[in-house]
Design a protein around this ligand. Structure first.
Ligand code: FFO
Ligand code: ATP
Length: 207
């Protein structure tokens, strides 16, 4: 199924907002985002973390977070798009400079020879995304890679995103396959998904 015109418009608009940020202001916001993500309790206690590597100009530079993970003795997993497997394969990265190379669309990715980390071994995830809403819904770049990966993680795993404030939008189209994030860090807010609606529903709707 092709991506809707509504999703495409939202991607183009949101990316343009990020690219229009003043360079110095953007750098300061990225520094704050990394500091706030690396201070999250769920990240701090995780043994194995899945982080993405900056590949597109609107994405934040996750380099300092990769360094933090490796420096705090975490096992670092990064995604590789495998067309034959029809999705993302996760590999262990010990040294981002040595172990990453340019793959499809010039996206830095692990070598297929790097040790594989099964999704069930991942304890914490930073997911990429273009736009988000306050409920934790995420709009990616349209390949559906993370939509297919997230349901394969353990249920106790927290999935977070880091975004500029302009990436939090009111009118995000949500589809049944979308897996909401547990939280989103912005330079000014930490949005935590309210699970009470779901648990009320599960317990028969009593408040
Ligand atoms: N930094 C970073 N790494 C990441 C992601 C990401 O969003 N950010 N991904 C997040 O998933 C995966 C790579 N994402 C990809 C997204 C699109 C296509 C791709 O082939 N795009 C086609 C058109 C796709 C379509 O519309 O059907 C193209 O651009 O020609 C490939 C990989 C894994 N690594
Ligand atoms: N769990 C799933 N199983 C099978 N197909 C899926 C699943 N999730 C998403 N897809 C398909 O992937 C495509 C892209 O979905 P969508 O537009 O929601 O991607 P996205 O959230 O922008 O991308 P990404 O997850 O890569 O960040 C759609 O065609 C969708 O039907």
């Amino acid at each position: 199924m092709a991506s809707s015109p509504e999703k495409k418009r939202l991607r183009v608009e949101t990316i343009a907002h990020v690219l229009n940020l003043d360079a110095a202001a953007r750098a300061e916001q990225e520094r704050l985002l990394i500091a706030r993500v690396s201070a999250l309790a769920s990240y701090r206690k995780a043994g194995t973390v899945l982080l993405y590597v900056r590949a597109f100009p609107e994405e934040i530079d996750t380099g300092p977070l990769l360094a933090d993970a490796l420096g705090s003795d975490k096992r670092l997993a990064c995604p590789r798009v495998d067309r034959r497997a029809g999705g993302l394969i996760l590999h262990e990265i010990r040294d981002p400079v040595r172990d990453l190379r340019a793959g499809m669309l010039n996206i830095p990715e692990p070598s297929p020879d790097a040790p594989v980390i099964e999704p069930g071994k991942v304890d914490w995830v930073l997911a990429p995304g273009v736009a988000f809403d306050v409920l934790g819904n995420r709009l990616g770049r349209g390949a559906g890679h993370y939509d297919r990966l997230l349901p394969r993680l353990r249920k106790d795993v927290e999935v977070w995103a880091a975004a500029f404030d302009r990436q939090i939008v009111d009118d995000l189209p949500v589809e049944p396959h979308d897996v909401p994030l547990d939280g989103i860090v912005t330079p000014t807010r930490i949005l935590i998904r309210d699970q009470s609606a779901a648990s009320h529903e599960a317990s028969g709707g009593t408040a």
